[in-house]
Structure formats: structure tokens, C-alpha cells
Design a protein around this ligand. Sequence first.
Ligand SMILES: Nc1nc2c(ncn2[C@@H]2O[C@H](COP(=O)(O)OP(=O)(O)O)[C@@H](O)[C@H]2O)c(=O)[nH]1
Ligand SMILES: [Mg+2]
Ligand SMILES: [Zn+2]
Length: 322
Amino acid sequence: MGSDGGHFFSIPPDAVLKGVVHETGGGVYRVALADGRLVDAALRGRLKKERRTGDRVVIGDRVHVDSTDSSSFTIEAVEPRETVITRRGSGGRRPKVLAANVERMVVVVAAARPEPGMPQIDRLLVIAESNRVAPVLVVNKVDLPDGREAVAELETLYRGIGYPVYTTSAQDGTGLDAFRAVLCEGSSALVGPSGVGKSSLLNAIDPGLGLRVGGLSERVLRGRHTTVSARLVPLSCGGLVADTPGFGEVGVWGVRAADVDQCFPEFEALGVACRFEDCVHLVEPDCAVRESVESGNVAPSRYESYRSLMKEALEAEDRRGA
Ligand SMILES: Nc1nc2c(ncn2[C@@H]2O[C@H](COP(=O)(O)OP(=O)(O)O)[C@@H](O)[C@H]2O)c(=O)[nH]1
Ligand SMILES: [Mg+2]
Ligand SMILES: [Zn+2]
């Protein structure tokens, strides 16, 4: 299951400044130092090498910074990560770590415009489950009358499984107090398709942020800083929110076929009841999961998501000859 496989660098004794990476892009790392300063740092050579082999320094990383003079900073070491959010990179052969040390993943969809897609929600929830980051579902734009059915359906399905579901409208303020309380606690990664209102929600919760809404993304509008990949936005209430782009094609990384069912909590509850202990719930006789789909206790959309992820995991294992 998702782990970052020994991400540890020895810490030199003369590195005195500690901080958290808030923004990355173009080889520059913006670090919020423990003393309150926000500085731009470069990577020490051997970390650069690590970076080329795919294990990048990402937002949320806790780093040790050395300062040769008061205006030039170098990241000397990265502390072991408590959590990572990893997805499959483009091409599908490599993992892409989006953020480190984030406590929860907030999956944001819209009640309508754009219409919510359950396969996409399920994939994002599986990314959270497999990385052991607490999942939260937000259904925004509940002010839209054409989204009413979808809101009821999503609430019933995902609350039934046990996920926390928040219904919000950045437009009329519905549900914002409850959602604010979530974001103000610790650190969260906000993920979901573009246009669902992620920036609008952050602005509504913290008007001081002034994030761009609609159309062009922050990244495009910031012109020459187009390589900015992600950033951590500090809220005035104390929470940290990772604004992560690149969740268009949602690929899951690092879940073995035999473990996919562990990312579906409602199957886990039934798992012991299958006839075979190693049942993967596809064609086996006396499978409690398939029987629960038949009897209506497991949603067909969830089982479809499971089958689709199983297919991908099995194909990936075939490619690697596992
Ligand atoms: N009706 C309605 N529109 C919203 C709501 N939240 C955002 N929008 C609109 O949806 C569009 C996309 O919003 P944006 O915050 O940029 O979405 P993002 O791409 O997820 O960051 C904008 O036109 C917003 O004005 C909402 O709660 N209700
Ligand atoms: Mg946005
Ligand atoms: Zn089974």
C-alpha cells in the first residue's frame, strides 16, 4: 500500500533552520521557516540527484535549510514523511507524489455543472485510502436546483459507507461553517475536477486569499511562473490547504490487486464472509461482495469502480511480471 519507500536523507549537524515547503516550481522551493520567514531555497546537489530519480521534494515536506548568507538558502535534508499523496504519473509507469504530511484529502465535486462522476470520486477516495490519508467528500454548488437529485444520491451513498460528506454552496454560503471547521484544523489537500468551485470555496472561507475563480487557473495567470506545480495555502484560521493541480486523469498508484478491496471500506466489512479467504470478488463462488451487490447492500457503482481498479492493478502486475 502507498508508502514512500524510505524517503530519508541524513541530516547534517550544521543545518539549523527548519521549515515546510509551501510551493515548488522551476527548481525553486518556497519554504516557510519555523521563525516565520518565507524564503526561496535551492536544492543541495545530492537532493537534486534524488529528484531526478523521481523522488521529488514536494509541498508539505519538512526540510532543513542552510543559509550561507542571509539571502541565499539551500535545502540540505528532508525529514521522513508521515503521509504522502501519490497518484500514477503520466504514462502510468511512475508514481507522482503530490504532497507530503497532509492529514486529509478533500474530494470536491459539484452537484451540477459539471455533473459529478462516481467513478472519479471512487478513484480519488481510493487514492486517499491507499495512502492512509483521511478522506472527506464535499458536494459544492448545492444552490443549483438541477443538482438536487445528485446531492441526495451522493449523500446517501457515501455517508452510508461511512465517509464524511459536506454539502456546500460557495455562492449562497450553505454549509460553509461546517466545512471551514474541517479546513482550519491541520492540513488538507483539495482535489477534484476543475470548475467544481475549489477556489471559490477557499475564497468564501478566507476572503483574504483572493484566489482566481473560473476559467484560467492561477498557474496560467501567473505568467512566467508556469512551472509552479502545487502550493500550500495558509488560511488565516491556521489551517494549511494544498491546492494540487493535475488530477485530470486519475490514476491510482501502488495498490496491489490483492489489496484493492481494502480501499473499499464497505467490502472490508463483508470480506470475512466470502467462501475463499483470498477471494478477489470477481468470479469466485459464494462471494459476499457480489451477493451484496445483488441484494442491494453494495452500490453497483462502487462495485464497477472496484472492478475497473482491479483490472488496472492486474494489468500493471502483468507488465511487471509479478
Ligand atoms: N452556482 C454556484 N456556482 C459556483 C459555486 N462555487 C463556484 N461556482 C462557480 O463555478 C465556477 C468555477 O469555480 P472555481 O472556484 O474556479 O472552480 P475550481 O476550478 O474548482 O477552482 C465559477 O464560475 C464559480 O463562480 C457554487 O457554490 N454555486
Ligand atoms: Mg481553482
Ligand atoms: Zn468475494
